[in-house]
Design a binder for this molecule. Structure first.
Ligand SMILES: *Cc1c(COP(=O)(O)O)cnc(C)c1O
Length: 462
């Protein structure tokens, strides 16, 4: 087509054929109006959460920190759940998101014409990641339940940023317990959250029993996600107008993320292409579930044969090296126990830069599908991820988050394997966020000081 004269529209703009377009765009009116609940389609129901006594947790037990609608979404097997109009109004400030064929990247990799790479980009909102997709409905349902304040923890900072933004849009106070070391190392994340009106504490604090206990024993502590969770949950459990909010792992979080996969399906239809493999990086599993579950449903409908591939860091390989068993969500054992792939709630992953992937466990829903053989998982080293991220970024003019770079590394491996085997392959990956506030990680990679960690050689706590 490139050598032929192109058809022009009445405005004189060249009308490209679908087969040379880069970007596939949905109108605002095409934003999905319901979330897809994979629980409706699981061959077996996931095992129930267990309470402190080891009995199946009852909804009332979660009511101290979560609103009724989210508890309902956690447990329901209804296939589609309508997105409230007020949530759609806020999602529309940045959605639908783009889906792009990475033609410049395909060229840079020297791929043959029958190997296609597409990416769904979630870095388009100011907080910079897919986490806004659940922060908004969580803020909405809490406000609806009469809650005036949400507490949460943040490590890498993306979740605190997303919730701060959602709080400012929906009129809720947000209080973030930020892991001490991140608070010191990532001032821009703190400033971002404060700019959206949130209150940020360097955790541990003297505001909670949990924080004071830690500070008494180790006054110089740098904090940890587990301590920050304990502080946020304690504050929420103490006051009736305050709830707690979690940015990954739980069923309702993955539910909210399914707008990613639903948009992607519509956009791949616009591209007249069908993925052979759908890839997402995997920390707590929310973006992977978000892009993969609607494709799982599409597979059940017989419309696709797409493989679903979760990518995790070699330093924290919960699916590929963990055990499938009941475990706590946090080190302090304050959460219910969940049936999931886990490296143990006391596992402390090495300090890789993809902070959002340093979680010992995995979403119970992703774990269930992995256990049933419905999805696949691989693990990758962080230096390979940064190499792939920069190759991608230089071709496509984008700076990926370190977490997202795991999906890119796997996409490159899939593309190269297809090219070598002379196979036709269409690859779709989720690019979960931008890396504008992760420049220190790129600096380390550029200077050659970035280190790889293996799970077996990792810092495993007792
Ligand atoms: C938090 C985060 C992740 C990992 O979380 P999941 O729940 O596994 O999706 C991935 N990418 C980015 C940019 C994140 O902020």
């Amino acid at each position: 087509m490139s050598t032929q004269a192109k058809a022009t529209t009445s405005t004189g703009v060249a009308a490209a054929s679908k087969h040379e377009l880069n970007r596939f765009v949905l109108a605002e009116s095409e934003l999905p109006t319901a979330w897809y609940n994979v629980q409706a389609d699981l061959p077996e129901l996931p095992a129930p959460y267990l309470d402190a006594e080891g009995n199946p947790a009852r909804p009332e037990q979660l009511a101290a920190i979560f609103p009724p609608d989210l508890i309902e979404q956690e447990m329901t097997t209804q296939r589609y759940i309508d997105i409230p109009g007020a949530v759609i109004d806020v999602l529309r400030t940045y959605r639908p998101g783009p889906l792009t064929r990475a033609r410049m990247f395909e060229k840079a990799l020297g791929l043959p014409g029958n190997v296609h790479i597409y990416y769904k980009y979630e870095g388009i909102n100011a907080s910079g990641s897919h986490k806004a997709n659940t922060a908004i409905p969580q803020a909405y349902y809490n406000k609806k339940a009469g809650i005036t304040k949400l507490t949460t923890e943040t490590g890498a900072g993306q979740w605190g940023s997303a919730l701060s933004m959602a709080g400012s849009q929906l009129g809720l106070d947000i209080e973030v317990f930020m892991v001490g070391v991140s608070y010191d190392q990532k001032p821009y994340r703190r400033i971002f959250m404060e700019s959206f009106g949130a209150k940020i504490h360097r955790s541990p604090t003297r505001l909670t029993h949990a924080g004071r206990a830690v500070l008494e024993e180790t006054p110089e502590t740098l904090g940890s996600l587990a301590i920050a969770i304990s502080e946020a949950v304690e504050i929420a459990a103490m006051s009736p107008d305050t709830n707690y909010s979690l940015g990954s792992v739980l069923n309702h979080v993955l539910l909210h993320q399914t707008i990613i996969g639903q948009e992607a399906i519509a956009q791949m239809e616009l591209a007249e292409d069908e993925p052979d493999v759908v890839i997402g990086c995997c920390g707590g599993g929310s973006n992977f579930g978000g892009i993969a579950f609607p494709y799982y449903h599409r597979r059940l409908e017989g419309k696709t044969k797409a493989r679903l591939l979760a990518v995790e860091p070699k330093a924290c390989p919960s699916l590929t090296r963990g055990e499938y068993r009941y475990d706590f969500g946090d080190e302090a054992k304050m959460t219910p126990q969940m049936m999931m792939y886990t490296l143990g709630h006391d596992f402390v992953p090495a300090g890789i830069h993809a902070g959002g992937l340093r979680y010992h466990g995995d979403s119970p829903l992703v774990s269930k599908l992995y256990n049933l053989g419905e999805i696949e998982a691989v693990s990758v080293h962080q230096t390979d991820c940064f190499e792939a991220a920069l190759a991608f970024g230089r071709a496509e003019a984008l700076l990926p988050a370190p977490e997202s770079s795991h999906a890119i590394a796997a996409a490159v491996a899939e593309a190269r394997a297809a090219a070598e085997a002379g196979e036709k392959k269409t690859i779709l990956f989720n690019l979960t966020g931008h890396g504008f506030l992760d420049l220190a990680a790129y600096d380390a990679y550029n200077k050659g000081t970035l280190q790889d960690y293996d799970f077996s050689a990792g810092a495993q706590a007792g």
